[in-house]
Design a protein around this ligand. Structure first.
Ligand SMILES: [Zn+2]
Length: 222
């Protein structure tokens, strides 16, 4: 299962490791070094299958130690092997290529500073579910993405827009129950007011994901 990352710049990376851990010779634009994939922890999103170690989350720090992204081990190793980042913390696993074993990073840091613009993410189903942490915003059920839909709080038929402020993750039961009504009319209450996905939201998600990894804490100001 892959999710959009918290990164604000991206680099094209191989979708699968090429020849063990060796990166491809060409790696896309030079201004984008942050991968966009992230694999949230099992507690945050219900797992569909057991993830491999290469898909475990790794915290990415800017050169200044500011947390800026969460990525998967596979991409983190690529960044380290390319000399773009260095490992600050290891987790307890190793991955093996044909000739060597590499300790799996838990936290990596970019070697040169990247300016991270204050940005708002693209409005998409994936990002709405990420913002709402796969929780139905009416009944608080925590569900896999396949069991959630998007609900227009103010129905579209009544002038509601497709916007961050009017779209929420919703289970099919609540969606059916609500129909073409407002939450008040349907006797439903929003868990929280929907907001755009900002850097603040990203930080909150990083902390949630990082709860499972002690080594992230000092970087996330617990
Ligand atoms: Zn629900």
């Amino acid at each position: 299962m892959q999710f959009a990352g918290f990164g604000v710049v991206r680099v094209k990376m191989p979708s699968k490791p090429q020849g063990g851990l060796r990166p491809r010779p060409r790696v896309g634009k030079t201004h984008g070094v942050l991968p966009s994939s992230t694999v949230p922890s099992a507690s945050l999103f219900p797992p569909t299958r057991r993830p491999s170690v290469l898909q475990e989350p790794v915290l990415v720090l800017n050169a200044t130690f500011e947390p800026i992204n969460v990525t998967a081990v596979r991409r983190a190793l690529m960044l380290v092997l390319k000399g773009v980042a260095q490992t600050e913390e290891h987790n307890h696993s190793e991955v093996h290529s044909a000739s060597s074993a590499v300790k799996v990073p838990s936290v990596i840091r970019l070697l040169s500073y990247r300016h991270i613009p204050q940005q708002t993410r693209a409005l998409s189903r994936k990002n709405i579910l990420l913002r709402d942490r796969n929780i139905c915003q009416f009944c608080s059920s925590h569900l896999p993405s396949s069991e959630l839909t998007l609900d227009h709080v103010m129905p579209r038929s009544r002038g509601g827009h497709s916007s961050w402020e009017n779209l929420v993750a919703c289970c099919y039961d609540c969606n059916n129950r609500k129909g073409n009504r407002t939450p008040e009319e349907a006797g439903l209450q929003l868990v929280r007011r929907p907001r755009p996905f900002t850097l603040h939201t990203s930080r909150q998600l990083m902390r949630l994901i990082g709860r499972q990894d002690e080594k992230w804490r000092k970087y996330l100001f617990f």
